[in-house]
Design a protein around this ligand. Structure first.
Ligand code: ADP
Ligand code: MG
Length: 698
């Protein structure tokens, strides 16, 4: 059967090849279907008319009538603008154009009554509306005055006439071109039971609502459907697959694990560490492949869990691989683990990009023969030249730094996939975890090792540098060490490096009695390493650095973290950085230094940071402030679908609601063969055809 919604958008009346290109490139609209599901982001009530005397600069988009009294061009060069003075006998307002001046000037008719629509602002003490929508009163039809849908468009699109109004027109054309209604995508019994509007009606209402009630009904149905299918997909297939997929059986707890536990363990395990190790052991012995996410706040002791569970693999005759996102971190892992293993006969090697030549060959060889039991490394372990004899267990540390594709490569190193443990200090909020991973197993270390004092976080404006320096001097006097971190954002790398160097010099000048070192991503690995090692050994007192130290670095004697330009960091990054201190028994401090002018969102971030140390709370807040698409890690962690209308944060209640419904359906219709659900399984099959199953590689 031919499905008209799959037709190329260029065949829609009013589109054609040029516009089709733009629609495809800028909005990813390629078919009739895509356009139908390109929903307005807001609606404006055009039924209300204001008088000019009512306008003020605080208003959103408004509509008013007025007659053009006079038109003039003002200013030169880039400041040149066209100004039309408009009156409605209650006041005067200026309409302003900066672009298309000639064209607009020609089209404006003085002494004519216009309906004007735009956003008022105040400029030079007068009310202005720049680039308003104008229509003469006689060209208006009644329908223009109802609720008007607004669609997001790019600047480029506006320039080629594809503005919001044009999109609306195209959607209208599409409805006109549809000879028959689209097939319903939800079964009758679900529509009835949950009181959902039918599909066709919902699509009409979302684009051309007659009133607010229609918008609400349409949004509810469409969000319900979107979230419902995501959940149904996860519940129906992902859990089936997990139950079936074969994995290595690590049946015994052997000599290495026991010797380590009895002789090498540097401190008693926390209750949470014990519980998590038990959970992992359970998975490893179950005969199905483990796919587990380990969430634990910074400093909660995940590395030890990685090591001990790696020993379980070794005890059962398999190799383990521990992957870290940066060289520094991989080196640090290999260093601590080697130290903790002390005399145990377990060969451990470190493989990073800077291991070269003979040493590299030696390691690769050992990995292939199986003599290397634990391989610690960066993404260098993913290269094709790295061949394991029998890789049984993979730990991925600080998962958000790894792309999904990289993880898939690791997966492919075996016929039977190794058990996978993904460790992250960026806790994924519950709502998001549910959506992303469905029934993926999650372990949580919710307890810090004993004796840690929570880090005290303070906010300081950068004009109070003197008291900052005093505090630093006092802490260093007590024998502690201090980090000073500067942002490094890619677009502006050069400037940032200057900032960093300037900061370094300032601090050197300020503290001639102390040793100050500097670390940044542009340094040669060997140099960087040297500085890190000196800091770790306590040979330098202050480390000035970029975010290269963000992840995982462990210097227990460092007790002060100063974050310069804190306004330029995201919440989870700030939290990660703060996690670098508070690792010893001393009271630690995190100082967020900012300029005086702060945006609302920055103020909020700083407030959250000073109020809580709880990574989950912070992640939840981060999600709310930034939206799920921006949450660090989620772009890479396999969010395999685009949400057209639902919002994971705002609609989290609905998400849980539909999740229960999906569960119920899967439980009742175990074989997916109930005729009343036929539509569900067809839709699911369609969805899955163009989707990679990310749950297999997380
Ligand atoms: P993260 O979870 O952030 O990776 P680490 O594994 O780096 O945390 O551990 C942070 C610090 O806590 C390290 O110095 C580690 O040696 C120490 N540590 C880990 N487990 C315990 C424990 N059970 N008791 C005391 N200290 C611990
Ligand atoms: Mg760590």
């Amino acid at each position: 059967m031919f499905d008209i919604t799959q037709r190329d958008i260029k065949y829609l009346v009013g589109v054609g090849p040029t516009r089709a290109d733009i629609l495809s490139r800028d909005l990813n609209i390629k078919t009739f279907h895509d356009l139908l599901y390109y929903f307005p982001y807001k609606y404006i009530d055009r039924s209300k008319l204001y008088s000019i005397c009512e306008l003020n600069g605080e208003m959103a988009y408004v509509q008013f009538k007025g007659e053009i009294i006079s038109v003039e061009t003002i200013g030169e060069g880039r400041n040149r603008r066209l100004v039309a003075h408009v009156s409605d006998h209650t006041g005067i307002v200026d309409l302003v154009w900066f672009q298309g001046i000639k064209y607009v000037q020609k089209s404006l008719k003085p002494h004519t009554l216009y309906l004007i629509f735009g956003k008022p602002s105040v400029f030079g003490g007068r009310i202005n509306v720049s680039h308003p929508d104008l229509s003469t009163m006689d060209s208006l039809s009644l329908s223009d005055l109802g609720l008007q849908a607004y669609y997001n468009t790019s600047e480029k699109m506006k320039r080629s006439g594809l503005n919001s109004a044009m999109i609306s027109k195209l959607v209208q054309n599409l409805f006109d071109q549809l000879k028959e209604p689209l097939a319903e995508t939800l079964p009758e019994h679900i529509l009835a039971k949950y009181k959902l509007a039918p599909l066709m009606e919902s699509l009409r209402m979302i684009h051309f609502p007659k009133n607010n009630e229609e918008i609400r009904r349409a949004q509810y149905r469409l969000k319900f459907e979107e979230l419902f299918y995501i959940q149904l997909n996860i519940i129906r297939y992902a859990s089936d697959r997990q139950r079936r997929s074969r994995g290595f059986v690590f049946s015994k707890v052997g000599e290495m694990f026991n010797s380590f536990y009895n002789h090498c363990l540097p401190f008693p395990l926390t209750g949470a560490q014990k519980r998590v190790i038990k959970e992992i052991r359970g998975d490893m012995g179950s005969g199905r492949q483990m796919n587990r996410l380990l969430q634990g706040d910074v400093g909660s002791g995940k590395t030890l869990v990685a090591l001990m569970t790696s020993l379980l693999a070794v005890d059962n005759g398999y190799q383990a691989c521990i992957m870290a996102p940066t060289e520094i971190l991989a080196e640090q892992h290999s260093h601590t683990i080697r130290e903790q293993l002390s005399d145990l006969p377990v060969r451990l090697e470190l493989l990073t990009g800077s291991v070269k030549g003979k040493k590299r060959e030696e390691i690769l060889n050992g990995v292939q023969t199986g003599e290397v039991k634990i391989l610690v490394g960066t993404h260098a372990v993913l290269e094709d030249t790295v061949l394991f004899k029998n890789l049984g267990f993979v730990v991925i540390d600080e998962q958000h730094r790894f792309g999904v594709a990289q993880r898939a490569r690791l997966w492919n190193k075996n016929v039977i996939p190794p058990h996978v443990l993904v460790m992250t200090a960026t806790p994924i909020p519950r709502t998001l975890a549910m959506t992303l991973y469905g029934d993926l197993d999650v372990s949580v270390i919710d307890e810090l090792p004993p004796g840690r004092k929570p880090v005290q976080t303070l906010h300081m404006f950068d004009n109070r540098r003197k008291s900052l320096y005093d505090g630093m001097r006092q802490q260093i006097g007590l024998g502690r060490q201090v980090y000073v971190v500067y942002p490094l954002i890619k677009e502006n790398e050069k400037l940032d490096l200057l900032d960093l160097e300037k900061g370094f010099e300032q601090i050197q000048a300020q503290f001639p009695e102390f040793r100050v070192c500097m670390v940044h991503g542009k340094m040669k690995p060997a140099e960087k390493d040297l500085e890190m090692k000196r800091f770790l050994a306590g040979e330098s007192n202050i480390m000035v650095a970029t975010t290269v130290i963000e992840v995982g670095v462990n210097v227990p004697n460092a007790s002060v973290m100063i974050i310069q330009n804190a306004e330029r960091f995201g919440l989870s990054q700030l939290h990660q950085l703060r996690g670098r201190v508070g690792r010893g028994a001393d009271q630690s401090y995190c100082i967020l230094v900012t300029g005086n002018k702060l945006s609302e969102i920055t103020k909020k971030r700083i407030q959250i940071m000073t109020e809580t140390n709880d990574g989950f709370e912070i992640a939840e807040a981060d999600l709310k402030l930034r939206g799920p698409g921006d949450l660090e890690g989620t772009q890479q962690s396999g969010l395999a679908f685009d949400l057209h209308i639902a919002n994971i944060v705002k609609d989290s209640q609905l998400l849980e609601y539909v999740r229960n419904i999906a569960h119920q359906i899967v439980e009742e219709d175990t074989e997916s063969n109930h005729p009343e659900n036929a539509i569900l399984w067809q839709q699911l099959a369609k969805m899955r055809k163009d989707q990679i199953n990310w749950s297999e590689i997380s």
